[in-house]
Design a protein. Structure first.
Length: 631
Protein backbone atom coordinates (compact mmCIF):
# COMPACT_ATOMS: atom_id res chain seq x y z
CA UNK A 1 0.00 0.00 0.00
CA UNK A 2 1.45 3.35 -1.02
CA UNK A 3 1.94 6.19 1.41
CA UNK A 4 -1.04 8.53 1.54
CA UNK A 5 -0.72 12.30 1.67
CA UNK A 6 -2.35 12.67 5.08
CA UNK A 7 -3.10 16.31 5.86
CA UNK A 8 -5.65 18.75 7.28
CA UNK A 9 -8.73 19.05 5.14
CA UNK A 10 -10.48 22.01 3.58
CA UNK A 11 -14.28 22.00 4.00
CA UNK A 12 -14.70 20.50 0.54
CA UNK A 13 -12.05 17.83 1.15
CA UNK A 14 -13.63 17.04 4.49
CA UNK A 15 -16.97 16.25 2.87
CA UNK A 16 -15.32 13.99 0.30
CA UNK A 17 -13.26 12.20 2.94
CA UNK A 18 -16.30 11.73 5.21
CA UNK A 19 -18.20 10.15 2.32
CA UNK A 20 -15.29 7.79 1.66
CA UNK A 21 -15.19 6.94 5.38
CA UNK A 22 -18.89 6.04 5.40
CA UNK A 23 -18.45 3.96 2.24
CA UNK A 24 -15.60 2.08 3.89
CA UNK A 25 -17.75 1.19 6.91
CA UNK A 26 -20.53 0.03 4.60
CA UNK A 27 -18.06 -2.00 2.54
CA UNK A 28 -16.70 -3.68 5.66
CA UNK A 29 -20.22 -4.69 6.67
CA UNK A 30 -20.80 -6.22 3.22
CA UNK A 31 -17.47 -8.06 3.40
CA UNK A 32 -18.32 -9.47 6.81
CA UNK A 33 -21.75 -10.61 5.62
CA UNK A 34 -20.29 -12.29 2.53
CA UNK A 35 -17.48 -14.11 4.35
CA UNK A 36 -14.70 -12.18 2.62
CA UNK A 37 -12.59 -11.82 5.79
CA UNK A 38 -10.06 -14.56 6.50
CA UNK A 39 -10.94 -17.19 9.12
CA UNK A 40 -9.07 -20.06 10.73
CA UNK A 41 -5.73 -18.27 11.05
CA UNK A 42 -3.99 -17.04 14.18
CA UNK A 43 -1.15 -14.74 13.32
CA UNK A 44 0.74 -12.47 15.70
CA UNK A 45 2.97 -9.44 15.24
CA UNK A 46 4.64 -6.61 17.09
CA UNK A 47 5.82 -3.02 16.80
CA UNK A 48 8.90 -2.01 18.78
CA UNK A 49 9.26 1.64 19.73
CA UNK A 50 12.57 2.91 21.07
CA UNK A 51 14.41 5.99 22.33
CA UNK A 52 17.60 7.29 20.78
CA UNK A 53 20.04 8.65 23.37
CA UNK A 54 23.53 10.12 23.59
CA UNK A 55 26.44 9.03 25.79
CA UNK A 56 24.85 10.72 28.80
CA UNK A 57 21.55 8.89 28.23
CA UNK A 58 19.88 12.10 27.00
CA UNK A 59 17.54 12.21 23.98
CA UNK A 60 19.43 12.25 20.69
CA UNK A 61 17.21 13.68 17.90
CA UNK A 62 18.70 11.87 14.88
CA UNK A 63 15.80 9.63 13.80
CA UNK A 64 15.57 11.06 10.27
CA UNK A 65 19.29 10.62 9.65
CA UNK A 66 19.18 7.05 10.95
CA UNK A 67 16.15 6.16 8.83
CA UNK A 68 17.92 7.30 5.69
CA UNK A 69 20.97 5.23 6.59
CA UNK A 70 18.92 2.18 7.60
CA UNK A 71 17.02 2.19 4.29
CA UNK A 72 14.66 -0.52 5.56
CA UNK A 73 10.83 -0.32 5.27
CA UNK A 74 10.48 -2.13 8.61
CA UNK A 75 11.72 1.04 10.35
CA UNK A 76 9.56 4.12 10.56
CA UNK A 77 9.22 7.44 12.36
CA UNK A 78 7.43 8.35 15.54
CA UNK A 79 6.31 11.76 16.78
CA UNK A 80 9.66 12.74 18.31
CA UNK A 81 12.97 12.98 16.49
CA UNK A 82 14.50 10.96 19.33
CA UNK A 83 12.11 8.02 18.74
CA UNK A 84 12.09 5.22 16.17
CA UNK A 85 9.78 2.29 15.52
CA UNK A 86 10.45 -1.05 13.87
CA UNK A 87 7.59 -3.24 12.64
CA UNK A 88 8.04 -6.99 12.55
CA UNK A 89 6.52 -9.27 9.93
CA UNK A 90 3.62 -11.32 11.27
CA UNK A 91 4.10 -14.93 12.39
CA UNK A 92 1.73 -17.88 12.88
CA UNK A 93 0.93 -18.50 16.54
CA UNK A 94 2.59 -21.90 16.51
CA UNK A 95 5.92 -23.68 16.89
CA UNK A 96 8.86 -21.52 17.92
CA UNK A 97 7.10 -18.24 17.10
CA UNK A 98 8.25 -16.46 20.26
CA UNK A 99 11.91 -17.42 20.04
CA UNK A 100 11.76 -16.37 16.39
CA UNK A 101 10.15 -13.06 17.39
CA UNK A 102 12.95 -12.46 19.87
CA UNK A 103 15.67 -13.31 17.35
CA UNK A 104 14.18 -10.97 14.75
CA UNK A 105 13.88 -8.15 17.27
CA UNK A 106 17.49 -8.58 18.34
CA UNK A 107 18.56 -8.51 14.70
CA UNK A 108 16.58 -5.34 13.96
CA UNK A 109 17.66 -3.56 17.14
CA UNK A 110 21.27 -4.59 16.59
CA UNK A 111 21.22 -2.99 13.15
CA UNK A 112 19.61 0.17 14.56
CA UNK A 113 22.32 0.30 17.21
CA UNK A 114 25.07 -0.15 14.63
CA UNK A 115 23.68 2.63 12.42
CA UNK A 116 23.05 4.82 15.47
CA UNK A 117 26.74 4.79 16.35
CA UNK A 118 27.42 6.80 13.18
CA UNK A 119 25.25 9.58 14.59
CA UNK A 120 26.30 9.39 18.24
CA UNK A 121 23.11 7.56 19.23
CA UNK A 122 22.38 4.50 21.35
CA UNK A 123 19.11 2.56 21.42
CA UNK A 124 17.19 2.43 24.72
CA UNK A 125 14.09 0.34 25.45
CA UNK A 126 12.08 1.90 28.25
CA UNK A 127 8.50 3.07 28.64
CA UNK A 128 9.56 6.61 29.62
CA UNK A 129 13.16 7.76 29.30
CA UNK A 130 14.34 8.78 32.81
CA UNK A 131 16.56 11.59 31.50
CA UNK A 132 13.84 13.37 29.51
CA UNK A 133 13.58 17.08 30.27
CA UNK A 134 10.70 19.36 29.49
CA UNK A 135 13.00 21.37 27.25
CA UNK A 136 13.40 18.25 25.08
CA UNK A 137 9.75 18.62 24.08
CA UNK A 138 10.18 21.72 21.95
CA UNK A 139 8.88 21.84 18.39
CA UNK A 140 12.43 21.53 17.07
CA UNK A 141 12.23 17.87 18.15
CA UNK A 142 8.95 17.17 16.34
CA UNK A 143 9.66 14.78 13.47
CA UNK A 144 9.76 17.03 10.38
CA UNK A 145 7.03 15.32 8.36
CA UNK A 146 3.81 16.94 7.22
CA UNK A 147 1.48 14.50 8.95
CA UNK A 148 3.01 15.18 12.37
CA UNK A 149 2.85 18.93 11.86
CA UNK A 150 -0.79 18.66 10.79
CA UNK A 151 -1.63 16.34 13.67
CA UNK A 152 -0.11 18.74 16.16
CA UNK A 153 -1.93 21.75 14.68
CA UNK A 154 -5.30 20.00 14.53
CA UNK A 155 -5.15 18.58 18.05
CA UNK A 156 -3.77 21.75 19.60
CA UNK A 157 -6.41 23.95 18.01
CA UNK A 158 -9.17 21.56 19.04
CA UNK A 159 -7.87 21.49 22.61
CA UNK A 160 -7.60 25.26 22.94
CA UNK A 161 -3.85 25.56 22.50
CA UNK A 162 -2.69 24.06 25.82
CA UNK A 163 -2.30 20.64 27.35
CA UNK A 164 -2.29 20.34 31.11
CA UNK A 165 -0.71 17.25 32.62
CA UNK A 166 -1.63 16.41 36.22
CA UNK A 167 -0.22 13.25 37.78
CA UNK A 168 0.30 12.18 41.35
CA UNK A 169 1.96 9.19 42.95
CA UNK A 170 4.69 9.40 45.57
CA UNK A 171 5.37 12.79 43.96
CA UNK A 172 3.12 15.20 42.11
CA UNK A 173 3.64 16.65 38.65
CA UNK A 174 1.69 19.53 37.10
CA UNK A 175 2.95 20.64 33.69
CA UNK A 176 1.61 22.80 30.88
CA UNK A 177 2.57 22.07 27.27
CA UNK A 178 1.63 23.87 24.07
CA UNK A 179 1.99 20.91 21.68
CA UNK A 180 1.38 17.17 21.48
CA UNK A 181 5.08 16.51 22.18
CA UNK A 182 4.27 15.02 25.58
CA UNK A 183 3.24 11.95 23.59
CA UNK A 184 6.89 11.49 22.55
CA UNK A 185 7.74 10.71 26.18
CA UNK A 186 6.07 7.30 25.76
CA UNK A 187 7.41 4.26 23.93
CA UNK A 188 5.59 0.94 23.80
CA UNK A 189 5.76 -2.64 22.58
CA UNK A 190 2.53 -3.00 20.62
CA UNK A 191 1.32 -6.49 19.80
CA UNK A 192 -1.20 -7.75 17.23
CA UNK A 193 -3.47 -10.79 17.33
CA UNK A 194 -5.48 -11.94 14.31
CA UNK A 195 -8.90 -13.42 14.96
CA UNK A 196 -11.93 -14.66 13.04
CA UNK A 197 -14.67 -12.10 12.30
CA UNK A 198 -17.43 -14.24 13.80
CA UNK A 199 -15.48 -14.50 17.07
CA UNK A 200 -14.24 -10.92 17.09
CA UNK A 201 -16.68 -9.50 19.65
CA UNK A 202 -15.93 -11.95 22.46
CA UNK A 203 -12.22 -12.12 21.64
CA UNK A 204 -12.04 -8.33 21.80
CA UNK A 205 -13.84 -8.36 25.15
CA UNK A 206 -11.34 -10.96 26.37
CA UNK A 207 -8.56 -8.56 25.38
CA UNK A 208 -10.22 -5.89 27.50
CA UNK A 209 -10.56 -8.30 30.41
CA UNK A 210 -6.94 -9.48 30.45
CA UNK A 211 -5.26 -6.14 29.75
CA UNK A 212 -5.10 -5.19 33.44
CA UNK A 213 -3.40 -8.34 34.82
CA UNK A 214 -1.00 -8.53 31.86
CA UNK A 215 -0.08 -4.87 32.41
CA UNK A 216 0.31 -5.42 36.17
CA UNK A 217 3.11 -7.91 35.43
CA UNK A 218 4.74 -5.71 32.79
CA UNK A 219 4.93 -2.20 34.36
CA UNK A 220 8.11 -0.34 33.42
CA UNK A 221 7.44 3.43 33.57
CA UNK A 222 7.31 4.72 37.17
CA UNK A 223 8.89 8.15 36.60
CA UNK A 224 8.58 11.27 34.47
CA UNK A 225 10.87 14.32 34.73
CA UNK A 226 12.40 12.74 37.84
CA UNK A 227 9.05 12.49 39.67
CA UNK A 228 7.86 9.18 41.11
CA UNK A 229 4.36 8.63 39.80
CA UNK A 230 2.40 5.56 38.66
CA UNK A 231 3.98 2.14 38.14
CA UNK A 232 3.01 2.57 34.46
CA UNK A 233 2.95 6.34 34.10
CA UNK A 234 2.67 5.96 30.31
CA UNK A 235 -1.04 5.23 30.70
CA UNK A 236 -2.22 8.53 32.28
CA UNK A 237 0.52 10.46 30.47
CA UNK A 238 -0.58 9.32 27.01
CA UNK A 239 -4.25 9.84 27.88
CA UNK A 240 -3.62 13.45 28.90
CA UNK A 241 -0.91 14.20 26.32
CA UNK A 242 -3.35 14.24 23.41
CA UNK A 243 -6.61 15.02 25.17
CA UNK A 244 -8.36 17.54 22.92
CA UNK A 245 -11.41 18.02 25.15
CA UNK A 246 -11.98 21.48 26.60
CA UNK A 247 -13.43 22.10 30.03
CA UNK A 248 -16.99 23.40 29.89
CA UNK A 249 -19.62 24.65 32.31
CA UNK A 250 -22.04 21.88 31.37
CA UNK A 251 -22.01 18.21 32.38
CA UNK A 252 -21.92 17.05 28.77
CA UNK A 253 -19.85 13.90 28.29
CA UNK A 254 -17.01 14.14 25.77
CA UNK A 255 -15.05 11.20 24.42
CA UNK A 256 -11.25 11.24 24.74
CA UNK A 257 -9.10 10.18 21.80
CA UNK A 258 -7.17 7.84 24.10
CA UNK A 259 -9.56 5.45 25.80
CA UNK A 260 -10.00 2.03 27.31
CA UNK A 261 -13.65 2.19 26.30
CA UNK A 262 -16.87 2.60 28.26
CA UNK A 263 -18.75 -0.64 27.53
CA UNK A 264 -18.33 -4.20 26.37
CA UNK A 265 -18.36 -4.58 22.59
CA UNK A 266 -21.62 -5.82 21.08
CA UNK A 267 -22.71 -6.69 17.55
CA UNK A 268 -19.58 -6.79 15.42
CA UNK A 269 -16.24 -5.09 14.88
CA UNK A 270 -18.11 -2.44 12.87
CA UNK A 271 -19.53 -1.10 16.14
CA UNK A 272 -16.03 0.05 17.20
CA UNK A 273 -15.47 1.94 13.96
CA UNK A 274 -18.94 3.47 14.02
CA UNK A 275 -18.48 4.61 17.62
CA UNK A 276 -15.17 6.30 16.82
CA UNK A 277 -16.67 8.11 13.82
CA UNK A 278 -19.72 9.19 15.79
CA UNK A 279 -17.85 10.42 18.85
CA UNK A 280 -14.57 11.80 17.50
CA UNK A 281 -14.32 14.43 14.77
CA UNK A 282 -12.11 13.88 11.75
CA UNK A 283 -8.68 15.37 12.45
CA UNK A 284 -6.77 14.49 9.30
CA UNK A 285 -7.62 12.98 5.97
CA UNK A 286 -6.35 12.24 2.51
CA UNK A 287 -7.49 12.16 -1.08
CA UNK A 288 -9.15 8.74 -1.47
CA UNK A 289 -9.42 7.53 -5.05
CA UNK A 290 -10.91 4.11 -4.33
CA UNK A 291 -14.66 3.59 -3.94
CA UNK A 292 -14.52 0.61 -1.59
CA UNK A 293 -18.03 -0.65 -2.31
CA UNK A 294 -17.50 -0.53 -6.06
CA UNK A 295 -14.12 -2.26 -5.71
CA UNK A 296 -15.62 -5.11 -3.73
CA UNK A 297 -18.55 -5.43 -6.13
CA UNK A 298 -16.00 -5.74 -8.95
CA UNK A 299 -14.25 -8.60 -7.16
CA UNK A 300 -11.38 -6.62 -5.63
CA UNK A 301 -10.71 -6.46 -1.89
CA UNK A 302 -10.78 -2.78 -0.87
CA UNK A 303 -8.00 -1.15 1.13
CA UNK A 304 -10.47 0.86 3.27
CA UNK A 305 -7.93 3.67 3.38
CA UNK A 306 -10.26 6.33 4.75
CA UNK A 307 -11.20 4.04 7.63
CA UNK A 308 -7.55 3.28 8.33
CA UNK A 309 -6.59 6.98 8.33
CA UNK A 310 -9.34 7.88 10.80
CA UNK A 311 -8.63 4.81 12.92
CA UNK A 312 -5.02 5.96 13.15
CA UNK A 313 -6.14 9.07 15.07
CA UNK A 314 -8.22 7.04 17.56
CA UNK A 315 -6.06 5.60 20.30
CA UNK A 316 -7.95 2.78 21.99
CA UNK A 317 -5.73 0.76 24.27
CA UNK A 318 -7.10 -2.28 22.45
CA UNK A 319 -7.67 -1.18 18.87
CA UNK A 320 -9.48 -3.03 16.06
CA UNK A 321 -7.49 -3.15 12.80
CA UNK A 322 -8.36 -4.19 9.25
CA UNK A 323 -5.62 -5.17 6.84
CA UNK A 324 -4.64 -6.96 3.65
CA UNK A 325 -1.81 -9.46 3.57
CA UNK A 326 -0.86 -11.30 0.41
CA UNK A 327 -4.21 -10.36 -1.09
CA UNK A 328 -6.27 -11.65 1.86
CA UNK A 329 -8.34 -9.42 4.18
CA UNK A 330 -8.12 -10.01 7.91
CA UNK A 331 -9.08 -8.52 11.28
CA UNK A 332 -6.75 -8.19 14.22
CA UNK A 333 -6.64 -6.67 17.68
CA UNK A 334 -3.76 -4.30 18.45
CA UNK A 335 -2.85 -4.11 22.12
CA UNK A 336 -1.13 -0.78 22.80
CA UNK A 337 -0.74 -1.07 26.57
CA UNK A 338 2.63 -2.77 27.05
CA UNK A 339 5.69 -0.57 27.62
CA UNK A 340 8.94 -0.88 25.72
CA UNK A 341 11.59 -2.88 27.62
CA UNK A 342 13.12 -3.62 29.99
CA UNK A 343 14.65 -6.26 27.63
CA UNK A 344 13.60 -8.00 24.44
CA UNK A 345 13.01 -11.27 26.29
CA UNK A 346 10.81 -9.46 28.84
CA UNK A 347 8.76 -7.95 26.02
CA UNK A 348 8.33 -11.28 24.24
CA UNK A 349 7.37 -12.90 27.56
CA UNK A 350 4.66 -10.25 28.01
CA UNK A 351 3.42 -11.02 24.50
CA UNK A 352 3.38 -14.78 25.15
CA UNK A 353 1.35 -14.24 28.32
CA UNK A 354 -1.17 -12.08 26.46
CA UNK A 355 -1.47 -14.35 23.43
CA UNK A 356 -1.85 -17.49 25.54
CA UNK A 357 -4.77 -15.91 27.37
CA UNK A 358 -6.25 -14.62 24.11
CA UNK A 359 -6.28 -18.13 22.68
CA UNK A 360 -7.61 -19.92 25.76
CA UNK A 361 -10.04 -17.58 27.50
CA UNK A 362 -12.67 -17.24 24.72
CA UNK A 363 -13.29 -20.96 25.24
CA UNK A 364 -13.43 -20.64 29.04
CA UNK A 365 -15.56 -17.46 28.89
CA UNK A 366 -17.72 -17.72 25.73
CA UNK A 367 -19.51 -14.48 26.68
CA UNK A 368 -17.32 -12.19 28.74
CA UNK A 369 -19.86 -9.37 28.82
CA UNK A 370 -22.21 -11.44 30.99
CA UNK A 371 -19.61 -12.23 33.64
CA UNK A 372 -18.94 -8.82 35.17
CA UNK A 373 -19.72 -5.14 34.71
CA UNK A 374 -17.46 -3.27 32.32
CA UNK A 375 -16.78 -0.75 35.07
CA UNK A 376 -14.83 -3.47 36.88
CA UNK A 377 -12.56 -3.91 33.85
CA UNK A 378 -12.01 -0.13 33.77
CA UNK A 379 -11.16 -0.06 37.48
CA UNK A 380 -8.80 -3.02 37.01
CA UNK A 381 -6.97 -1.19 34.23
CA UNK A 382 -6.45 1.96 36.30
CA UNK A 383 -5.39 -0.06 39.36
CA UNK A 384 -2.83 -2.08 37.38
CA UNK A 385 -1.34 1.06 35.83
CA UNK A 386 -1.13 2.78 39.20
CA UNK A 387 0.10 -0.06 41.41
CA UNK A 388 1.36 -2.88 39.17
CA UNK A 389 1.72 -6.20 40.97
CA UNK A 390 0.55 -4.58 44.22
CA UNK A 391 -2.89 -3.85 42.74
CA UNK A 392 -6.14 -5.60 43.64
CA UNK A 393 -8.03 -6.86 40.58
CA UNK A 394 -11.59 -8.12 40.15
CA UNK A 395 -11.88 -11.42 38.26
CA UNK A 396 -14.97 -13.39 37.18
CA UNK A 397 -15.74 -16.14 39.67
CA UNK A 398 -13.00 -15.01 42.07
CA UNK A 399 -13.97 -11.49 43.09
CA UNK A 400 -11.30 -9.04 44.20
CA UNK A 401 -7.83 -10.65 44.37
CA UNK A 402 -4.20 -9.50 44.65
CA UNK A 403 -2.75 -9.27 41.16
CA UNK A 404 0.18 -11.55 42.00
CA UNK A 405 -2.05 -14.33 43.29
CA UNK A 406 -4.44 -14.00 40.36
CA UNK A 407 -1.61 -14.25 37.84
CA UNK A 408 0.19 -17.11 39.58
CA UNK A 409 -2.81 -19.27 40.47
CA UNK A 410 -5.23 -18.70 37.60
CA UNK A 411 -3.85 -16.82 34.63
CA UNK A 412 -0.46 -18.42 34.04
CA UNK A 413 -1.99 -21.93 33.90
CA UNK A 414 -4.63 -20.63 31.46
CA UNK A 415 -1.99 -18.96 29.29
CA UNK A 416 0.08 -22.15 29.31
CA UNK A 417 -2.85 -24.30 28.19
CA UNK A 418 -3.72 -21.74 25.53
CA UNK A 419 -0.25 -21.81 24.01
CA UNK A 420 -0.21 -25.60 24.14
CA UNK A 421 -3.55 -25.77 22.31
CA UNK A 422 -2.24 -23.31 19.70
CA UNK A 423 0.70 -25.63 19.00
CA UNK A 424 3.45 -23.41 20.38
CA UNK A 425 6.69 -25.28 21.03
CA UNK A 426 7.13 -26.49 24.61
CA UNK A 427 10.55 -24.84 24.87
CA UNK A 428 9.05 -21.44 24.00
CA UNK A 429 6.23 -21.89 26.52
CA UNK A 430 8.64 -22.79 29.31
CA UNK A 431 11.08 -20.02 28.47
CA UNK A 432 8.71 -17.08 28.16
CA UNK A 433 5.98 -17.96 30.63
CA UNK A 434 8.82 -18.94 32.98
CA UNK A 435 10.04 -15.34 32.81
CA UNK A 436 6.59 -14.08 33.79
CA UNK A 437 6.35 -16.63 36.60
CA UNK A 438 9.73 -15.65 38.06
CA UNK A 439 9.08 -11.93 37.63
CA UNK A 440 5.75 -12.17 39.45
CA UNK A 441 7.05 -14.42 42.23
CA UNK A 442 10.00 -12.09 42.93
CA UNK A 443 7.94 -8.95 42.41
CA UNK A 444 10.81 -7.49 40.37
CA UNK A 445 9.19 -5.70 37.43
CA UNK A 446 10.95 -3.05 35.39
CA UNK A 447 9.19 -0.40 37.48
CA UNK A 448 10.30 -1.91 40.77
CA UNK A 449 13.89 -2.19 39.50
CA UNK A 450 13.87 1.49 38.61
CA UNK A 451 12.49 2.50 41.99
CA UNK A 452 14.95 0.24 43.87
CA UNK A 453 17.81 1.74 41.88
CA UNK A 454 16.67 5.30 42.64
CA UNK A 455 16.35 4.44 46.34
CA UNK A 456 19.87 2.98 46.39
CA UNK A 457 21.22 6.31 45.08
CA UNK A 458 19.17 8.46 47.46
CA UNK A 459 20.85 11.73 48.40
CA UNK A 460 22.67 12.15 45.08
CA UNK A 461 21.89 14.90 42.58
CA UNK A 462 18.85 14.01 40.47
CA UNK A 463 20.49 14.47 37.07
CA UNK A 464 23.36 12.14 38.08
CA UNK A 465 20.92 9.49 39.30
CA UNK A 466 18.83 9.62 36.13
CA UNK A 467 21.89 9.44 33.89
CA UNK A 468 23.19 6.42 35.81
CA UNK A 469 19.76 4.81 35.68
CA UNK A 470 19.53 5.19 31.91
CA UNK A 471 23.05 3.99 31.20
CA UNK A 472 22.57 0.99 33.50
CA UNK A 473 19.32 0.14 31.73
CA UNK A 474 21.03 0.14 28.33
CA UNK A 475 23.96 -1.96 29.54
CA UNK A 476 21.68 -4.59 31.09
CA UNK A 477 19.36 -4.65 28.06
CA UNK A 478 22.15 -5.62 25.72
CA UNK A 479 23.42 -8.23 28.21
CA UNK A 480 20.01 -9.88 27.67
CA UNK A 481 18.99 -11.13 31.11
CA UNK A 482 15.35 -10.54 32.10
CA UNK A 483 14.77 -7.69 34.51
CA UNK A 484 14.05 -9.81 37.57
CA UNK A 485 17.73 -10.85 37.52
CA UNK A 486 19.16 -7.34 37.25
CA UNK A 487 21.35 -5.79 39.93
CA UNK A 488 20.30 -2.26 40.88
CA UNK A 489 21.90 0.63 39.03
CA UNK A 490 24.99 2.27 40.50
CA UNK A 491 25.88 5.95 40.39
CA UNK A 492 29.26 5.22 38.75
CA UNK A 493 27.48 3.70 35.73
CA UNK A 494 26.46 7.16 34.53
CA UNK A 495 28.62 9.42 32.38
CA UNK A 496 30.16 12.53 33.89
CA UNK A 497 28.01 15.49 32.89
CA UNK A 498 29.57 18.71 31.66
CA UNK A 499 28.22 22.22 31.93
CA UNK A 500 27.06 22.02 28.32
CA UNK A 501 25.13 18.82 29.00
CA UNK A 502 23.20 19.94 32.08
CA UNK A 503 20.20 22.20 31.56
CA UNK A 504 19.12 24.83 34.06
CA UNK A 505 15.88 22.93 34.65
CA UNK A 506 17.87 19.98 36.03
CA UNK A 507 19.84 21.95 38.59
CA UNK A 508 17.36 24.61 39.72
CA UNK A 509 15.36 24.49 42.93
CA UNK A 510 11.69 24.00 42.10
CA UNK A 511 10.27 23.97 45.64
CA UNK A 512 9.84 27.72 45.62
CA UNK A 513 8.64 30.01 48.35
CA UNK A 514 7.07 33.16 46.92
CA UNK A 515 5.31 36.23 48.27
CA UNK A 516 2.78 38.65 46.82
CA UNK A 517 3.54 42.38 46.56
CA UNK A 518 0.87 43.41 49.09
CA UNK A 519 2.20 41.17 51.88
CA UNK A 520 4.16 42.79 54.76
CA UNK A 521 7.95 42.75 54.73
CA UNK A 522 7.94 41.02 58.12
CA UNK A 523 6.21 38.00 56.52
CA UNK A 524 8.89 37.80 53.83
CA UNK A 525 11.67 37.90 56.44
CA UNK A 526 10.04 35.13 58.47
CA UNK A 527 9.68 32.89 55.41
CA UNK A 528 13.28 33.42 54.37
CA UNK A 529 14.63 32.70 57.82
CA UNK A 530 12.43 29.65 58.35
CA UNK A 531 13.55 28.07 55.10
CA UNK A 532 17.07 29.57 55.09
CA UNK A 533 16.76 31.07 51.62
CA UNK A 534 18.38 34.32 50.52
CA UNK A 535 16.14 35.25 47.62
CA UNK A 536 12.36 35.29 47.43
CA UNK A 537 10.47 35.77 44.14
CA UNK A 538 7.51 38.15 44.23
CA UNK A 539 4.47 37.00 42.22
CA UNK A 540 1.11 38.42 41.24
CA UNK A 541 -2.01 36.35 41.92
CA UNK A 542 -1.85 35.26 38.26
CA UNK A 543 1.61 33.77 38.83
CA UNK A 544 3.43 36.47 36.86
CA UNK A 545 6.91 37.25 38.19
CA UNK A 546 7.03 40.85 39.46
CA UNK A 547 10.38 41.06 41.22
CA UNK A 548 12.59 39.57 43.90
CA UNK A 549 13.56 40.21 47.52
CA UNK A 550 17.03 39.63 48.94
CA UNK A 551 17.45 38.69 52.58
CA UNK A 552 20.23 41.24 53.09
CA UNK A 553 17.99 44.12 51.97
CA UNK A 554 15.03 42.90 54.04
CA UNK A 555 17.14 42.55 57.18
CA UNK A 556 18.70 45.97 56.63
CA UNK A 557 15.31 47.64 56.30
CA UNK A 558 13.77 45.90 59.30
CA UNK A 559 16.71 46.53 61.63
CA UNK A 560 17.85 49.96 60.46
CA UNK A 561 16.83 53.33 61.78
CA UNK A 562 14.12 53.78 59.16
CA UNK A 563 12.50 50.47 60.13
CA UNK A 564 10.53 48.69 57.48
CA UNK A 565 7.72 47.56 59.75
CA UNK A 566 4.45 47.61 57.87
CA UNK A 567 6.04 48.15 54.48
CA UNK A 568 4.54 46.04 51.69
CA UNK A 569 6.85 43.75 49.78
CA UNK A 570 6.07 45.56 46.52
CA UNK A 571 7.63 48.80 47.79
CA UNK A 572 11.06 47.30 48.43
CA UNK A 573 11.42 44.44 45.94
CA UNK A 574 13.90 44.59 43.05
CA UNK A 575 11.60 44.84 40.00
CA UNK A 576 14.16 43.58 37.46
CA UNK A 577 15.67 40.34 38.77
CA UNK A 578 18.26 38.42 36.81
CA UNK A 579 16.47 35.65 34.90
CA UNK A 580 17.18 32.71 32.62
CA UNK A 581 15.11 30.11 30.77
CA UNK A 582 14.95 26.49 31.98
CA UNK A 583 16.15 25.20 28.60
CA UNK A 584 19.48 27.05 28.85
CA UNK A 585 22.69 25.25 29.77
CA UNK A 586 24.40 25.51 33.11
CA UNK A 587 27.41 26.96 31.30
CA UNK A 588 25.25 29.86 30.06
CA UNK A 589 23.87 30.35 33.58
CA UNK A 590 27.36 30.47 35.07
CA UNK A 591 28.46 32.99 32.43
CA UNK A 592 25.45 35.18 33.16
CA UNK A 593 26.18 35.11 36.90
CA UNK A 594 29.81 36.03 36.26
CA UNK A 595 28.87 38.88 33.91
CA UNK A 596 26.27 40.34 36.29
CA UNK A 597 28.18 39.46 39.46
CA UNK A 598 25.00 37.71 40.60
CA UNK A 599 24.51 34.97 43.15
CA UNK A 600 21.19 33.78 41.75
CA UNK A 601 19.03 33.60 38.64
CA UNK A 602 15.25 33.30 38.65
CA UNK A 603 14.26 30.63 36.14
CA UNK A 604 11.34 31.98 34.14
CA UNK A 605 8.99 30.20 31.76
CA UNK A 606 6.06 31.99 30.12
CA UNK A 607 6.56 34.96 32.42
CA UNK A 608 6.30 32.85 35.58
CA UNK A 609 8.92 31.68 38.04
CA UNK A 610 9.64 28.00 37.43
CA UNK A 611 12.53 27.81 39.89
CA UNK A 612 15.61 29.55 41.20
CA UNK A 613 19.25 28.76 40.44
CA UNK A 614 22.05 29.72 42.80
CA UNK A 615 25.82 29.46 42.72
CA UNK A 616 25.53 26.54 45.11
CA UNK A 617 23.29 24.69 42.63
CA UNK A 618 25.85 25.16 39.86
CA UNK A 619 28.68 24.14 42.18
CA UNK A 620 26.94 20.82 42.76
CA UNK A 621 26.55 19.86 39.10
CA UNK A 622 29.49 21.62 37.41
CA UNK A 623 32.05 22.83 39.96
CA UNK A 624 34.58 23.61 37.21
CA UNK A 625 32.33 26.44 36.01
CA UNK A 626 32.27 28.12 39.40
CA UNK A 627 36.02 27.72 39.82
CA UNK A 628 36.55 29.73 36.63
CA UNK A 629 34.00 32.39 37.57
CA UNK A 630 35.21 35.93 37.26
CA UNK A 631 35.77 37.72 40.59
Amino acid sequence: MGVLDVHRLSPGELRLFARALLRDVEALEVMLASGAIQTGHRRIGCEQEMFLVDTFGRPRPVAMEMLEALDDPHFTTELGRFNLEVNQDSLPLAGGCFSRMERELWKQLGRARQIGMRFGAEVALTGILPTLRKSDLGMENLTPLERYRCLNEAMTEMGGGRYELRLSGSDELIVMQDSVMLESCCTSFQIHYQTDPEDFVNVYNVAQLITAPVLAAAVNSPMLFGRKLWQETRIPLFQQAIDTRRAAGSLRERSPRVTFGDRWLEGSVVALFRDAIARLPILLGAHIEEDSLSSFAAGRLPLLRALQVHNGTVYRWNRACYGLQEGVAHLRIENRVLPAGPTVCDEVANAAFFFGLMYRLPKVFPEVSGLMEFEQAQLNFAAAARSGLESQLFWPGSGLRPARALIQCELLPLARSGLEEAGVAKADIETYLGIIEERVSTGRTGASWIMSSVTSMRGERREKVLSALTRATIERQWAGDPVHRWAVARLDEGQLLSGDSVKVEEAMTTDLLTVRPEEPLEMARALMEWRQVHHLPVEADSGELLGILSLDRVVALLTGESHGDGLPVGDVMEPSPWTIGPERSIREAAATMARENADYLVVVEDGRAAGILTRIDIQRVAPELMESRAP
